[in-house]
Design a protein around this ligand. Sequence first.
Ligand code: SAM
Ligand code: SF4
Length: 510
Amino acid sequence: MADCSKIRKFSGADDYRTNFIIRSEINKFLPGGRHFIDDAEIQRIISQIDSSEVDPVRVREIIAKSESTCETLSPEEVGVLMQVKDEGLFSEMRAAALRIKKKVYDNRIVVFAPLYMSNLCVNGCKYCGFREGNSLQVRRKLTMDELNEELDVLAGRIGHKRVIAVYGEHPDTSTKYIAETIENCYSRQVPAPKSGCKVGIRRVNVNAAPLPIEDLKVLRSVGIGTFQVFQETYNRKLYESMHPKWSVKGDYDWRVTCFHRCLEAGVDDVGFGVLYGLCDWRYELLATVMHARDLERWFNIGPHTLSFPRLEPASGTDVPERSPWLIDDETFARIIVIARLAVPYTGIIVTARESAESRNRVLDYGMTQLDCSSNIAIKGYSDFAHESEQDKERQQFMLGDSRSIDEMVRYLASRGTITSFCTAGYRCGRTGGCIMDALKTGREGKFCKINAVLTFREWLDDFASEETRKIGDELIKKELAEIKEWLPKFYPAVEKQYEATSRGQRDLFF
Ligand code: SAM
Ligand code: SF4
């Protein structure tokens, strides 16, 4: 049980709204009042993008720098990449993005599923179906028994090993509840349908509101994976127009300093995101780079992942349809390529908010993680006859890609991409600064390839349809041959673990 004795308690929503934010935990990371999101500099770079011609030599230099160092580019350099309109030059950027992805993450895609825990919320974000006052939403928070029912489907029927647990912001579902639900996720074990082997969730990432340092330490103590908080928009003016002043989320600086507090608290895997469609995408990407560089400066650690949600229709609001900054699929794909070059070591997540076509396309542009068999209604996995069902009044927004995990694994395998269920990195302490170096040098990619094969074997034996298993078996043969060629001395150890996994041992990893 998590020790929550040091965290503050609140008597209700009003007390929480008034007293939750700890001002000193913001100011500490904005020394001298200087802000790491430099609005004037972003505006200057954008006007330069609009007013000058692209220099192909400079673009190629920047591509080469990103590829060879795997270090975060400067905002100025990212601005140069944003100038590229010529298809030929852009295809060079795309090819480099894919090479970087292969160097850092090899040919694998990590899969996960969202798990919505609660839609209670004290905020009023104008684009979100969960906002306080939206009477169309049916409000609930999962009890631990209900959570177990969800896990039985997610881990026991679908075969996910990694979830992103999602919470509205409310005193009844804050740190204590988040910690309890994480612990519950790790403890639930069920038999797999095809093999009878015991299976369960092995990594719980969290998407929740920013927390104070003591609260983050509690989440660390229960084994949180990545802590993900989307800034929504880095543009302060727009941010304030979307998030009312009376709400906790209305405080821009509390949100934008959240990862500084995470790293201070020892939660060293942090996941950034912006809600694309609220503001000029160039502003967002330039600010993301500034944010990453400031964290690197303070802690030598940058974002473990960048997520790219786009505004989707939601219950009781027309903001997602009305925003002047909505982007088309072409622009979306362009953003992924530039992001891959801008922060080369980071994981790139594209969720099922996107259509299947849009996600298939960006697979070649540097995406590394996706969700599938996703349901984002509270208790949707166990209540609905099929996980692809949707109900606008029970979920935050609508999803675009309803592919099941079996379809997704088969599709990826048909392209020569292995689906990884690996969660070893964080359980072996390969997180934070340690994983940053391993990623930049391509070392992590090698570990991951081996662990991807072992976990793929598990999933094929525990859950796959015959058709998927057949194509998966072929891919594994190819992967093992590559591992043997790369690491001939180490290969016998890999083979031993692989054979043990094929005989039904579970959770073997390097
Ligand atoms: N409530 C917490 C918060 O806002 O930080 C965390 C979870 S919130 C349920 C997860 C994310 O969903 C938000 O950060 C936002 O980016 C995204 N979201 C909200 N409304 C959306 C919409 N209409 N379309 C797409 N994404 C949306
Ligand atoms: Fe609440 Fe998060 Fe939705 Fe805002 S985005 S209304 S904080 S659930």
